[in-house]
Design a protein around this ligand. Structure first.
Ligand SMILES: Nc1nc2c(ncn2[C@@H]2O[C@H](COP(=O)(O)OP(=O)(O)O)[C@@H](O)[C@H]2O)c(=O)[nH]1
Ligand SMILES: [Mg+2]
Length: 213
């Protein structure tokens, strides 16, 4: 099997993509205005690796670069939407002030961002949601946005353990099981399905708010 980052998924990997920029302002105006799908998760959950696997670009998002130290959102343009990489949370050494800044950034983005079509929320398939994950759940629920829970690093689990973990995490987060997707950036498992789900979110975003643009 070729590495996940080089394989065509028949989805996002076949589309052109370009880095738009890094922004401290959650309400930064992106031109043109297009639906956005945001990626969020605890630092080290595998977000950069997953973005690289999804887009088939190995160096798109840097893997393990200065984890948790940035409070910038990174935007990537695809033809009909943006992928927005939100900074990771739960970085162990982040102080109280940094956590407050982070919370403000994410809260404003989730609440106020008109073009936001949905959020891919990454959780490690092996673990129960942490207190920080549950804080994020609160923000996500309050935002009322469509959420896909994406379980990462599934290659570390066998088949039946994967299903068991997906059920347990869905239950812990009170999410229907079809909103929980099992993925591995390493093996490529679940990447094509996730790609399809993201494109579906974008289509939904276009239908729901055509006049806002
Ligand atoms: N086994 C395995 N390890 C992964 C996977 N995705 C990421 N990792 C590892 O997890 C660590 C954090 O990954 P990274 O993508 O930088 O996470 P981020 O901080 O959320 O952006 C790195 O050591 C990766 O190699 C995966 O699908 N399987
Ligand atoms: Mg990262």
């Amino acid at each position: 099997m070729t590495p996940a980052g080089q394989r065509s998924t028949g989805g996002l990997a076949d589309l052109p993509i370009e880095f738009v920029g890094s922004f401290p302002d959650p309400l930064v105006r992106l031109e043109p205005v297009l639906p956005e799908v945001a990626f969020i998760g605890r630092s080290n959950v595998g977000k950069s690796s997953l973005l690289n696997a999804l887009t088939g670009r190995k160096g798109l998002a840097r893997v393990s670069a200065t984890p948790g130290k940035t409070t910038l959102l990174n935007a990537f343009r695809l033809p009909s939407f943006y992928l927005v990489d939100l900074p990771g949370y739960g970085f162990a050494r982040a102080g109280k002030a940094a956590r407050a800044t982070y919370r403000t950034l994410v809260t404003r983005y989730l609440r106020e961002r008109q073009a936001l079509a949905g959020v891919a929320w990454l959780l490690d398939a092996r673990h129960d949601p942490s207190d920080r994950d549950l804080d994020m759940q609160e923000l996500l629920v309050e935002s009322g946005r469509p959420v896909l829970a994406v379980l990462t690093k599934a290659d570390k689990l066998g088949r039946s353990a994967q299903r068991e973990r997906a059920r347990a995490i869905a239950q812990a987060l009170a999410l229907p099981e079809d909103q929980v997707q099992i993925t591995s950036a390493r093996s490529g498992e679940g990447i094509a399905d996730l790609s399809a789900s993201i494109l579906a979110l974008v289509t939904l975003g276009q239908k729901l708010a055509p006049t806002e643009r």
